[in-house]
Structure formats: structure tokens, C-alpha cells
Design a protein around this ligand. Structure first.
Ligand code: NAD
Ligand code: GLY
Length: 375
């Protein structure tokens, strides 16, 4: 079973193909996009060791020579240093504009390789072959590319749409369960932000998705991509509605910053806790029924994802430090904080003028401590 979802962006439109066995067909899908049979494959060491040979052979069957550019696995690779190294490797390969970069990995590789593609010789085409659930349902679609700096995550980047996304569900068979759970947070996000029926379906079918049952996994990835594609086609540059995709991210980024963007708290786990916090904050402000916040939280917790700060390594967190991280977030405008809040399950909205004091009070009530009191 395979599904194709178009991302309607005019002359930059592209397809997202979702299904089993797509990697084996990669050459046939990519060859029509090439002037000559050459690509650079940017991947991380873990993904390359597991699946590099299969991809190289699949490309070779379509007469495509693939040159690997391998970076260490992990968020640390989204850095200026690694961007410089990858760019230099691409130059050494003498890649030109008729060639193409394949981003083969999770969100880290997609964001890094996509940004390298955006700036390499003022822009070269790239294809995403996402290998984590998170990358398949979110980061490979929509053209956001970025690296991190010591001042914050994703602060340096570009919008650069891929020419094609191949989401091969079979590749997820090697993904550790914790990474599946982290990716599932972004799946629930779509239900919570805009599709109550999908949310209800996930309440019943979440375990099937996580245990990679073909039908459940296909439906979950396809509905997520369909929602993302629809939002991106309407608002590519995040002038409005696309910001809804940041549900849970402002709280989540603050927790990630406090925990050092690493193994202690994966991005999807931070988003999970952040979404639960966004719903609790919405309920506290009287914007959303308390039962909806509880139900959102229950659905997130049911698959083993964190919903409260005291479940996150490094707890207790300092409320003022968290608020300061939120101020660094690129979603902060003019000193006021922008949050994605909820009116109900499946009804998120952009709140542009949230008072930092109200957030601080909420954080303390929700388990953070006042400045100086954290261990
Ligand atoms: P990741 O890329 O670090 O991958 C997670 C881990 O899984 C890595 O260790 C990787 O080597 C391993 N891995 C990947 N595929 C595997 C497979 N098939 N089998 C076994 N191991 C595998 O992390 P991620 O969760 O995919 O992505 C997180 C990143 O995505 C963050 O940097 C985040 O900012 C970014 N992101 C970007 C967007 C966007 O729109 N551009 C959206 C969401 C998240
Ligand atoms: N992950 C948020 C976005 O793509 O806009």
C-alpha cells in the first residue's frame, strides 16, 4: 500500500510518497530529477551503517552514482562547523546545479542537508528520504531547514523546498522504540491542532502505530503529511496558519534548552510535554475546557511520552530561565510571547500577545521553581 500526497506550491510543488519498499525504488523516482546520474547523499553514521548500502544499490540500479557525506548522529551535527564541513565535502565532489543532494536520515540530517542545499552555489535541488517517524510526518515536508547556535535552536536557516519526499515505512523497522515514541508526539500534534476525528482515531490506534502495524502506520503518516501539506501550501513562510504546527514547541524548546538538546530529552519528547503544558495553560486561562486538557494529556501519556516537567531529566527547572529561553525563541515578537493555545481538542489557535508573567505563574504552579531555587 502506498500513498502520494502533493504539496501544492506552484512551480515548486512536489510529491510526498509514503509506503513500504520505497527506498528500493528510489533510483526510479530520483532519476527523472537529474541532468546527469550523480547525487551526494548526506546521512548520519547510524543511518548510513544500517541502510546506506541498500540505498546506494537502489540508486545504482538506475545508473545513479551516490557519493556519501556522513555526519555524526545527533543534534550536535546541526552546527556551523558541520555545515562548513558538509559544504566543503560537496565542493570537493564538484557537485553542480544539475546534480542533487539526498538527505537520508532523521530531522537532523534533513535540516542540515536541506540548509546546505539552500546555500550551496546559491541553491541546489534536494530530495528527502526521511528515516525517523518524526522526519516522515513533519521535518521532511515543508521546506524549513536550519542549524542551531549556542543562542538557540534553528536560529540560522532558510526555506528551501525539496523536489521529492520518499517516506519508506520499512526503514522505521530499525528505529528504536524511544525514537518512534518521540515521532509519535508530532503525529498526535496534528490531531490536537486541527483534526478531532484523527485525535480520536489515535486514542484507539496509537499502540498499533507505535508497533508499526502497516495499516495504522500508513494512515497515521499519511494523515499527518496531508495536514502539513495543506497548511504549508496555504502559508509557506509562516505568516499565519503554519505557526499552528508549533503547538507545544515554545514550552518544548525551553525544556530542550535547559536539558542541553541531547539524549536527556529528545525533540519529540519535548514537544509532547510542551503540548500537554499548552493545553493545561489554555485551561488555566479559561480558553479551553479542563476535560479537553486532561484528555490531551492522557493520550500523550498513554504511549509513554512525558506530560509533566517532573518526568523530564534535570527537573526541577527554573521558571525564569524557562521564560528567558522562550524570549529567545524566534516565535517571540516585540518582547511579547507567541504561543499556540487551544480552544478545544482539534482547535488550536495562535496567541500572539501572551503575558510572560502569566506564563511564569503557570510554570510555577505546574512544577517549576522560582529563580535561584532550582538545584
Ligand atoms: P535525528 O535525526 O537525530 O534522529 C534520531 C536518531 O535516530 C539518530 O540517532 C539517528 O541516527 C537515528 N536514526 C534515524 N533513522 C533511523 C533508523 N531508520 N533506524 C535506526 N536509527 C535511526 O532526530 P529526529 O527526531 O528525526 O529529528 C529531530 C530534529 O528535527 C531536530 O533537530 C528538530 O529541530 C528537527 N525538526 C525540524 C522540522 C522542520 O520542519 N524542518 C520539524 C520538526 C523537527
Ligand atoms: N515543524 C514546524 C513547521 O514545519 O512549520
Amino acid at each position: 500500500m502506498s500513498v502520494t500526497i502533493p504539496v501544492g506550491l506552484g512551480d515548486r510543488a512536489y510529491d510526498v510518497r509514503i509506503g513500504g519498499g520505497l527506498m528500493a525504488e528510489a533510483g526510479a523516482h530520483i532519476r527523472p530529477l537529474l541532468k546527469r546520474g550523480r547525487v551526494a547523499v548526506v546521512s548520519d553514521a547510524t543511518v548510513w551503517a544500517l541502510h546506506g548500502e541498500a540505498l546506494t544499490s537502489a540508486l545504482a540500479r538506475a545508473d545513479i552514482v551516490a557519493s556519501p557525506v556522513i555526519v555524526p548522529a545527533g543534534e550536535g551535527s546541526k552546527s556551523f562547523e558541520m555545515l562548513a564541513r558538509v559544504s566543503d565535502d560537496l565542493l570537493a565532489l564538484e557537485l553542480d546545479r544539475g546534480d542533487l543532494i539526498v538527505a537520508f536520515g532523521g530531522g537532523v540530517v534533513g535540516d542540515l542537508a536541506g540548509f546546505a542545499a539552500a546555500i550551496y552555489k546559491r541553491g541546489i535541488d534536494f530530495v528527502q528520504i526521511p528515516t525517523t517517524l518524526l522526519a516522515q510526518v513533519d521535518s521532511s515536508v515543508g521546506g524549513k531547514t536550519a542549524i542551531d547556535t549556542p543562542r538557540g535552536k534553528n536560529l540560522i536557516g532558510a526555506f528551501h523546498q525539496p523536489r521529492l519526499v520518499l517516506a519508506d515505512l520499512d526503514v522505521l523497522s530499525t528505529l528504536p522504540r524511544r525514537e518512534m515514541q518521540a515521532g509519535y508526539a508530532e503525529v498526535i500534534k496534528y490531531g490536537l491542532l486541527g483534526d478531532f476525528a484523527f485525535f480520536e482515531w489515535l486514542e484507539a490506534n496509537g499502540p498499533g502505530v507505535l508497533s508499526r502495524q502497516t495499516e495504522a502506520l500508513t494512515r497515521a503518516v499519511a494523515r499527518s503529511v496531508e495536514m502539513k501539506a495543506e497548511i504549508v501550501a496555504q502559508d509557506e513562510r509562516e505568516a499565519g496558519r503554519r505557526a499552528l504546527l508549533n503547538l507545544g514547541h515554545t514550552f518544548g524548546h525551553a525544556l530542550e534548552a535547559e536539558t542541553g538538546y541531547g539524549e536527556a530529552l529528545l525533540h519529540g519528547e519535548a514537544v509532547a510535554a510542551g503540548m500537554a503544558m499548552a493545553f493545561r495553560f489554555s485551561a488555566r486561562q479559561g480558553l479551553c475546557p479542563r476535560q479537553d486538557a486532561e484528555r490531551a494529556q492522557a493520550a500523550i501519556a498513554a504511549v509513554g511520552l512525558p506530560v509533566r516537567m517532573d518526568e523530564v531529566a534535570g527537573y526541577p527547572f527554573d521558571a525564569d530561565a524557562l521564560v528567558r529561553h522562550m524570549g529567545q525563541d524566534k516565535k517571540a515578537e516585540g518582547g511579547r510571547l507567541t504561543f499556540i493555545l487551544a480552544r478545544a481538542l482539534g482547535e488550536a489557535f495562535v496567541a500572539k500577545d501572551v503575558d510572560a508573567g502569566a506564563i511564569r505563574d503557570f510554570l510555577i504552579e505546574d512544577g517549576a521553581v522560582a529563580e535561584g531555587a532550582a538545584a
